[in-house]
Design a binder for this molecule. Structure first.
Ligand code: NAD
Length: 448
């Protein structure tokens, strides 16, 4: 099939590359010329395991092309995926300007039937706005052309995006058109040789399903973080509790790790946007607001712990930070707990020596060059001569450590572990003050 994807970010690039990899002819369009230049040269602007090989292979085979020309993109595909960003606006609602801009472009350039597919995460009712924007543009041109708009939300996770896209549990399509159903089945059939994963529903239900899924997952995380706050104050080891409740199949082990709070480009903004939607229809979203507030508090606990460890005197201290991305296997730092930590450390007069396997370039892009931020080539370099260590992201490279060696590197034997990576007994036996998340820590987070 001929397919066009607007947006070459974490979702658009994965969508385009995966669809090209199964033989579809894909054109990816982005308004960012630097990104498109890089992609044309085989340089991937994001870190996502496995994507580079797929892109290079498909470009070489001629199934994947990149352009900044919207006109070229619109002319190419019968399917037009919209996979541009939907960041929060100042009220927390999803900002639809990029989605609507693509819709307008499609309306301006189309000359035959198109299926316009909202893959971006968009609030209920967006497909109608996309429909109206295209219709307006056609009217301005004095043209009447047939088109359909459907919803096909994306459920991939950064870090395992290719696997999720190609082997995901379900493919949701919101439409009431038989023609769209047939075309979407044709598009996704390569991923359904084992069993049918397509779930058809109406457009509004499909749009809502994406928000409900993210709100549920965020709720699980905030629930567990709230349990960790109680456990910490009660002197209970939360890891026992996690295993104890996770073993119940009604609860499950996924998304119940206590930690430093959820970040990333999805949960924070989607919970906020859904809460905003609720307010606009006169419903007070008690649970969603609590999920968000618990998360905001949890993100402050890393700083609270390190600050307490130094008796509130962090001025002039140098803190090693392991992990900058909001989770492992991505370079994405949107809403990452490391940002809350570093910004608080800087405000307290401390310096940061940071190491992350993939996110240091992104960190530099966000914060620029500053004297109180040093990037290190390895995790070992980051701790050398630092006063203490804070772990923000559970990258594989941090999962084991030689405590004897670490003790020699740090000026003070203090570890704040926001991801519960180590056995507290081992750390304490090695002479560390080890402040993890509710592992029987002596420091309860001072956050109320
Ligand atoms: N990142 C994720 O893990 C994830 C997962 C599921 C769903 N989503 C949703 O998918 C959408 C995209 O997210 P992302 O993380 O890929 O965003 P992103 O910010 O990484 O990428 C968006 C891209 O769209 C481009 N763009 C903006 N306007 C454009 C236009 N008019 N024409 C062409 N390109 C344009 C930008 O230059 C950018 O490259 C969002 O709605 C997000 O909520 C994201």
């Amino acid at each position: 099939m001929k397919i066009t994807v607007f947006g070459t970010g974490y979702v658009g690039l994965v969508t385009g590359a995966c669809l090209a990899d199964v033989g579809h002819e894909v054109v990816c369009v982005d308004i960012d010329p630097a990104k498109i230049d890089k992609l044309k040269q085989g340089v991937i602007p994001i870190y996502e395991p496995g994507i580079e090989d797929v892109v290079k292979r498909c470009v070489a085979e001629g199934t994947l092309n990149f352009t900044t020309s919207a006109e070229e993109g619109v002319a190419h595909g019968v399917l037009q995926f919209i996979a541009v960003g939907t960041p929060p606006d100042e009220d927390g609602a999803a900002d639809l300007q990029y989605v609507v801009a693509v819709a307008r472009t499609i309306g301006q350039h189309m000359s035959d039937y198109k299926v316009v597919i909202d893959k971006s995460t968009v609030p209920v009712g967006t497909a109608e706005k996309v429909q109206a924007a295209i219709a307006q543009e056609l009217e301005k041109r004095g043209t009447q052309l047939d088109f359909d708009v459907c919803s096909n939300p994306e459920f991939l996770k950064e870090g395992s995006a290719l696997e999720d896209f190609t082997k995901g549990a379900r493919i949701i399509v919101g439409t009431d058109s038989d023609q769209v159903r047939d075309l979407m089945r044709e598009c996704y059939s390569p991923y359904m040789r084992n069993h049918d994963k397509l779930m058809f529903m109406d457009v509004r239900a499909a749009e809502f399903t994406k928000y409900a899924a993210n709100a549920m997952l965020a709720t699980k995380i905030s629930f567990m973080n709230e349990m960790s706050q109680l456990a910490e104050r009660l002197g209970v080891d939360i890891e026992h509790v996690r295993e104890g409740i996770g073993s119940d199949p009604r609860i499950g082990y996924h998304f119940i790790y206590p930690g430093a709070g959820y970040g990333g480009s999805c949960f924070p903004k989607d919970v906020q946007a859904l809460a905003r939607t609720a307010k606009t229809i006169g419903y007070h979203p008690e649970l969603l607001l609590a999920v968000e507030n618990v998360n905001l508090r949890q993100k402050e606990t890393l700083f609270a712990k390190i600050n307490k460890a130094f008796d509130g005197d962090l001025a002039g201290k140098t803190i090693a930070v392991w992990g900058l991305s909001f989770k492992p296997n991505t370079d994405d730092m949107r809403e990452a707990p490391s940002r809350t930590l570093m910004e608080s450390l800087w405000a307290a007069g401390a310096k940061v020596k940071a190491y992350d396997p993939e996110a240091m370039e992104e960190c530099q892009r966000i914060y620029g060059n500053r004297e109180d931020l040093m990037f290190c080539g390895t995790r070992n370099e980051a701790v050398k001569g630092a006063d203490a260590l804070v772990i923000c992201t559970e990258w594989k490279a941090f999962r084991t450590v030689d405590f004897k060696w670490l003790k020699e590197q740090l000026n003070f034997s203090i570890i704040v572990d926001g991801r519960n990576l180590y056995n507290p007994d081992d750390a304490k036996a090695a002479g560390f003050l080890y402040y993890a998340v509710a592992r029987g820590d002596s420091i309860a987070s001072p956050v109320q």
